[in-house]
Design a protein. Structure first.
Length: 210
């Protein structure tokens, strides 16, 4: 019996590892058939093995002055209505009195939206509110709340497999992908899993107008 379990484990590993390796680059071969303007491949593209009923997400930085195209594709056995949402993650500071704002102007930390460097892992922890910190003068800085704002949902766009947009200012985005169907409670339903890819492409925005 022990030999059977050991042999079964070896076979399962030998099947799973190649599948994961093959899926890691699925976005390059499965998501590149869209018409439209030529864009450059973005290294933030991702692929993974997903199961029916599963939802997964990853982070994307969209830089100011760039046009982006995000394409989501999947293997046929997962269906043709893969849902994806795009959220923006940002800080929203609580309103404070004018004199309290003036007291914090001399602080060494700058809260202006001047680039993606403001988006750090510490800034986006699981806590809903940032901690108050004392300034050199002993005054407390205003608190901020982390906002996750929905920008796009392809289920409201006939389950379109791609979207194109222009980043106006650097943006910290979350791409959330959901596979339709009920989540299986059995661990070995191989037919219920497949590769899902998210291809990200970009190009410098063209100046328009006068």
């Amino acid at each position: 019996m022990r030999q059977f379990i050991l042999l079964f484990s070896i076979v399962l590993i030998s099947v799973t590892v190649p599948a994961q390796t093959e899926c890691s680059q699925y976005h390059k071969k499965g998501c590149g058939d869209n018409d439209g303007a030529f864009m450059k491949y973005d290294g933030q593209s991702k692929s993974a093995i997903m199961a029916k009923g599963q939802t997964s997400e990853f982070h994307l930085v969209a830089y100011d002055g760039q046009d982006y195209r995000i394409t989501v594709c999947s293997e046929d056995n997962l269906g043709n209505e893969i849902r994806f949402k795009i959220y923006e993650k940002r800080k929203e500071f609580e309103k404070v009195k004018a004199e309290e704002v003036a007291e914090t102007e001399g602080s060494s930390e700058n809260y202006d939206d001047d680039g993606y460097e403001d988006y750090s892992e510490e800034d986006y922890s699981d806590d809903s509110y940032g901690e108050e910190e004392a300034s050199p003068s002993g005054n407390k800085r205003p608190q901020f709340q982390l906002i996750k704002e929905l920008l796009y949902d392809n289920s409201q766009d006939a389950y379109s497999s791609f979207i194109e947009f222009t980043a106006e200012g650097s943006m910290s985005l979350i791409i959330e992908v959901s596979v339709p169907g009920e989540e299986s409670k059995m661990k070995l339903k191989v037919r219920e899993t497949g590769c899902v890819g998210v291809l990200i492409e970009h190009i410098k925005s063209k100046n328009t107008g006068f």
